[in-house]
Write a protein that binds this ligand. Structure first.
Ligand SMILES: NC(=O)c1ccc[n+]([C@@H]2O[C@H](COP(=O)([O-])OP(=O)(O)OC[C@H]3O[C@@H](n4cnc5c(N)ncnc54)[C@H](O)[C@@H]3O)[C@@H](O)[C@H]2O)c1
Length: 262
């Protein structure tokens, strides 16, 4: 996209953390903002904070796993602001652990919110974005856990690999159209999800996490820049992840080069 002022953004899970970081940066850039969440108190608080930046703010209580409710939200958005230009499929839930220690319900919940939610967003909004023909962009929030299988991330990590895959196929589908795609792959961002993680680890690990955490507003700014330059991958901070990515790619290339005995 070449410009954002006067355009409209729809951000799922936009009341806190990365979603709110994007909402406040986009609002400061002159966009109309629609944020969704499943927590009404958080919607009220975030809506009030954003209205200090712009009066063009709409809050919608909608669960992104409910395609029909998302469709109603799309109608509401269109009545207030007209066409949608930026779709941020951002709402997500944690749910890691070792594979055998993760209950089936945990697998279902992470995939329902982290993968089916964004897929619902694409199915509900993309046809209208293609039809209006103005420049537009979709940002899917994945994670570095969707790029590299480190630690024990079971349901969460696999749902994030799925969203990276969805984004790559979507990028191929949309070549030559007015709609760009980015996939956001942060490692550690300073948000309530990370606060919950910190409660489960030792003091030493807590301070490592704190040192790694990127502010949510910085991520919002990085996303805005990626939309303006149509960058596909958004890695918020390569300090701790560059080596892991290089090793993963090298493992694959080595496997491809391997000679098997006749
Ligand atoms: N914080 C990190 O370090 C980090 C790293 C990588 C990826 N992410 C991803 O970033 C995204 C945002 O996470 P965050 O860290 O800002 O956490 P957060 O908890 O601050 O924000 C997530 C928001 O999504 C909302 N939500 C949950 N389920 C929903 C649903 N079904 N429909 C609508 N809203 C729903 C929550 O109420 C919450 O407000 C998630 O997809 C997360 O997996 C976060």
């Amino acid at each position: 996209m070449k410009s954002l002022a006067g355009k409209t953004a729809f951000i799922t899970g936009g009341t806190s953390g990365i979603g709110f970081g994007m909402a406040s940066v986009f609002a400061s850039a002159g966009m109309n903002i629609v944020i969704t969440d499943i927590r009404q108190d958080a919607l009220d608080r975030a809506g009030n904070e954003l209205r200090e930046i712009t009066e063009n703010v709409m809050t919608v209580n909608v669960d992104s796993t409910d395609a029909s409710a998302l469709n109603d939200a799309a109608q509401e958005l269109s009545r207030r602001f007209g066409p949608l230009h930026v779709l941020c499929n951002n709402a997500g839930v944690p749910g890691g652990g070792k594979v055998l220690e993760t209950p089936i319900e945990g697998w279902r919940n992470t995939h329902e919110v982290n993968f089916w939610g964004p897929l619902n967003g694409v199915n509900v909004f993309l046809p209208g974005m293609l039809e209006h023909g103005e420049e537009a962009h979709i940002v899917n929030t994945a994670s570095f856990s969707g790029i590299h299988g480190h630690g024990h991330q079971s349901g969460y990590g696999t749902s994030k690999f799925a969203i990276v895959g969805l984004s790559e196929f979507l990028r191929n589908d949309l070549v030559g159209t007015s709609v760009g795609v980015s996939v956001l792959c942060p490692h550690v961002v300073d948000t309530p999800i990370i606060d919950a993680l910190k409660e489960r680890v030792s003091k030493d690990v807590q301070s490592i996490i704190e040192e790694m955490a990127v502010p949510a507003e910085t991520v919002g700014y990085q996303v805005m820049q990626a939309m303006l330059s149509n960058e596909f991958y958004i890695f918020c901070d390569g300090t701790h992840t560059r080596e892991m990515l290089i090793n993963r790619c090298n493992d694959m290339i080595d496997a491809m080069n391997r000679q098997f005995p006749e």
